[in-house]
Design a protein around this ligand. Structure first.
Ligand code: GLY
Length: 584
């Protein structure tokens, strides 16, 4: 028996239920995971090479070129961020936001750049509800769905405060790719087909990202000259090139004409924040991960805290899977109950990350029976949406340089192609990140996540995220990792972290089959291959509901540095089209 079984009394509360189902017909091509090992170097205490792993080969190349020119990991991160904004417009971009987890080797410091979008100053708590209190859907499509972007400010902040090369050098490849074009690939085509409705509804979005209103053919050269000019403005004028002057006027005018609520002061007041990452230990491994307003680091550490209460049963056993799933369920409950933008709400971070809280949360774990999410929600007065869906998009890249500087960055426009809306004349595709706020208590967002007051809409507030750029360090090896995947991001990083903690390398971390539980819907979603027939039967026997997903999910990018040998390895998830390169 794993874990003692305790029961605690909890308050009963109201119950709200809401069902929302999104059907996705997408899947990423199952390519062979690409892994590269740099030849062992010498025990200098420094990496023997540099490495970039990203979701697109053109972005990986842009980063490697900067490292080869003598730039550091932060310069490379600027180049990769900008290149992804051009070649993966469905995942991230200048109209979106993200988190850049940085490690500066010279002073052994970790910091998180928070370039998350903010709610416009004219936003209100109930802005997506109609007269009868029902959600209107405007948090998903069109200009009202867009938060104030953070990527342009973050690029400039990263370059000026951490880089060694000018933006002239680090933005050059992205500008070229936007101006001269890049060939559309299979992933682009699938995501454009999925996003057709939103793109067709936006005249400029459709004109840029579709070919005469249809999904562009494979190899179609996608040119974005207006986006190239925006990148040039940022190169020449810094953040003012985006948040001020003529472009700001065009962005605001375009948004407002189409029914949005942006004002010039929204852009002028946007600021990147530097935040102290979440850090913790799990057995012999240290974890450094995203701080609020991403829930990623906190949920990850809470799950690991629960799983460190006793020895973890062996891989493949029902006891292990059951315990991991129950830790997931409880951490997502806390996410819904407590987490939001720390600049607006008081979140008891220390308490939530404490071991004592982990053992309280896990006190009613029953090794012989699945916990009911409905019961937990009722006991905590959360009500509950007991069905929902989980989605995708967003992007991630991981970088290490020869000095030992590291970047793990997860970036997003939220859903594929975000809101679909491009303000005329700008070429900037806007996010639909406003949907990551709680539109209505208990009502699930696009990823099926629920929440309460802590993540309610307020002017200038950052919406809660799941993005989880992470560093792991077991004393022998350092890993830089992360993945897109909406609400499943955090459980993907958890499974990869457990793999690393048990000695797994980059290949195992990106390829291992995945499973996920997020409290609601009350079921274990799993990739084909994650559970054999016997394990499925045993989990069902414990009372779990299983849902085999029709597609694989995530797009993890991992770099590992072995301290003693200096060896650097990298891997790009076989579920995507990304690539890794390791250089001298
Ligand atoms: N938009 C996905 C996330 O931030 O979690």
């Amino acid at each position: 028996m794993w874990f003692r079984h305790y029961r605690t009394g909890r308050q009963a509360g109201s119950n709200r239920s809401r069902m929302r189902i999104l059907v996705f017909a997408l899947f990423a091509p199952a390519l062979v995971a690409c892994t590269f090992q740099h030849a062992p170097g010498f025990a200098s205490g420094l990496p023997a090479g540099h490495a970039v792993a990203s979701a697109h080969p053109l972005a990986t190349r842009a980063g490697i070129e900067i490292l080869e020119q003598g730039g550091n990991a932060f310069d490379a991160a600027v180049a990769v961020t900008a290149a992804l904004a051009v070649v993966e417009p469905y995942s991230s971009g200048l109209g979106g936001g993200g988190f850049w987890l940085l490690h500066t080797a010279s002073d052994d410091r970790d910091v998180m750049l928070d370039g998350r979008e903010t709610a416009p100053l004219a936003a209100t708590r109930d802005m997506y509800l109609d007269g009868t209190g029902q959600p209107t859907g405007q948090s998903v499509a069109g200009p009202l769905a867009a938060g104030i972007p953070g990527v342009p400010a973050a690029i400039v902040h990263l370059s000026r405060n951490y880089g060694t090369l000018p933006l002239d050098a680090t933005l050059q490849e992205a500008i070229r790719l936007a101006r001269d074009g890049f060939p559309v690939d299979t992933r682009y085509r699938k995501l454009a087909a999925f996003s057709m409705g939103r793109l067709r509804d936006s005249p400029r979005g459709g004109a840029i990202f579709l070919d005469h209103g249809e999904v562009p053919g494979e190899g179609f050269l996608l040119r974005q000259p207006q986006l190239a000019r925006v990148l040039e403005r940022i190169r020449d004028q810094g953040a003012d090139g985006f948040y001020g002057g003529e472009l700001a006027r065009q962005l605001v005018e375009g948004v407002r004409r189409a029914g949005g609520i942006w004002q010039l002061q929204d852009l002028a007041r946007y600021r990147v924040r530097e935040r102290q990452p979440v850090s913790a230990t799990y057995r012999n491994m240290s974890i450094t991960s995203a701080a609020l307003p991403s829930s990623g680091g906190m949920v990850l550490v809470q799950m690991l805290n629960m799983l460190s209460l006793q020895d973890l049963p062996p891989p493949g056993s029902v006891q292990r899977t059951h315990a991991i799933v129950e830790a997931m369920r409880r951490a997502y409950l806390d996410r819904a109950r407590h987490l939001g933008d720390p600049d607006f709400v008081k979140v008891p971070v220390r308490e939530l990350l404490s071991r004592r809280h982990a053992s309280d949360l896990f006190a009613d774990f029953d090794p012989g029976m699945a916990t009911s999410s409905r019961r937990l929600l009722d006991e905590y007065g959360m009500g509950g949406a007991l069905d929902s869906a989980a989605g995708r998009d967003t992007t991630h890249f991981s970088i290490i340089d020869r000095e030992g500087n590291r970047v793990a960055a997860t970036l997003s426009v939220n859903f594929p192609f975000g809101s679909g809306f491009v303000p005329p004349g700008t070429g900037v595709l806007l996010n639909n990140e406003m949907d990551d706020f709680v539109i209505k208590p208990g009502y699930p967002n696009l990823y099926g996540l629920i929440g309460g007051q802590a993540n309610a809409i307020e002017p200038g507030k950052r919406m809660l995220s799941s993005m989880s750029p992470t560093f792991l360090d077991d004393g022998r090896r350092v890993a830089v990792l992360g993945t897109p995947g909406g609400s499943r991001i955090i459980t993907m990083v958890l499974l990869a972290a457990l793999e690393f903690a048990e000695g797994g390398g980059v290949q195992a971390m990106v390829t291992r089959p995945r499973y996920h539980h997020q409290l609601v819907p009350d079921r274990i979603q799993f990739e084909s291959g994650a559970f054999g027939p016997q394990l499925q039967a045993e989990l069902t026997g414990l009372g779990h509901t299983l849902e085999r997903l029709g597609r694989r999910y995530g797009n993890m990018q991992v770099v590992i540095w072995e301290r003693e040998t200096g060896r650097v390895t990298a891997a790009s998830d076989p579920r995507g089209i990304g690539s890794m390169e390791v250089g001298e």
